[in-house]
Design a protein around this ligand. Structure first.
Ligand code: CA
Ligand code: CA
Ligand code: CA
Length: 224
């Protein structure tokens, strides 16, 4: 019991020592002193966005995309975003395939896709278009019976799910989350605005609110 108490006291003492240090350090990273210190994402997102307002608005849109209406970007909101996107993908895939269900039995056969009614097709059907359509849609025929069951038509391929989970939209969100200055697990609008402003100040050397082509050059030279 005595031993436990001494462990608790040691841990408390250590955290009192470590916390203020961590806090000061976190605050420091909110301000970049040179372009070399600016994280790559802030440099990359400056491409084609030379106006300060436009640049910051664009970066904030990453938060809004993932954390629609909530306090900020979190691991939880990132996860929710992915779930939403996968759901959306399932719905759109099912809609796209189900329209070929000519006999309304909630299954789509090889023949239904190969020879749909003409009104389902935008252009005149050709051998080539038929081949493409079959190859595209039959990739979801997991048990290879040339019938797309309801479950199959609403299941995106593992590759498509990976494209959502590791696509650049999620990656950007995750990158921002890793830069959280106070490490509380939420990137707030305030935090991101501060970081973006600090980065932009370094890119915009004459401070006129616009990155000129000369300043862009400087930015990329500094990036090497
Ligand atoms: Ca059918
Ligand atoms: Ca099947
Ligand atoms: Ca934070």
């Amino acid at each position: 019991m005595k031993k436990l108490a001494s462990i608790i006291i040691t841990v408390l003492g250590l955290s009192l020592f470590v916390l203020p240090y961590g806090y000061a350090k976190a605050n420091e990273t909110n301000k970049y002193k040179s372009i070399a210190q600016v994280p790559a994402i802030f440099k990359a997102e400056a491409i084609g966005r030379p106006l300060k307002e436009q640049y910051i608005k664009h970066l904030l849109s990453i938060i809004h995309l993932h954390a629609n209406g909530s306090n900020g970007l979190t691991e939880e909101s990132l996860k929710k975003y992915q779930e939403n996107e996968i759901f959306r993908k399932r719905v759109s895939q099912r809609e796209r395939i189900l329209k070929y269900d000519l006999n309304f039995d909630s299954k789509v056969t090889y023949d239904e896709i190969a020879n749909p009614f003409a009104f389902l097709l935008k252009n005149k059907d050709t051998e080539e278009a038929r081949g493409r359509r079959l190859k595209q849609l039959m990739q979801y025929d997991i048990n290879n019976d040339k019938v797309l069951s309801y479950a199959e038509m609403s299941s995106p391929s593992p590759k498509e799910i990976k494209a959502i989970q590791y696509g650049f939209i999620v990656t950007k969100g995750r990158t921002l989350l890793e830069l959280d200055p106070n490490k509380d697990g939420t990137i707030t609008v305030n935090e991101l605005t501060n970081m973006a402003q600090s980065a932009f100040q370094l890119f915009d050397q004459d401070g006129n609110g616009k990155i000129s082509s000369r300043e862009y050059k400087e930015l990329w030279n500094n990036n090497k």
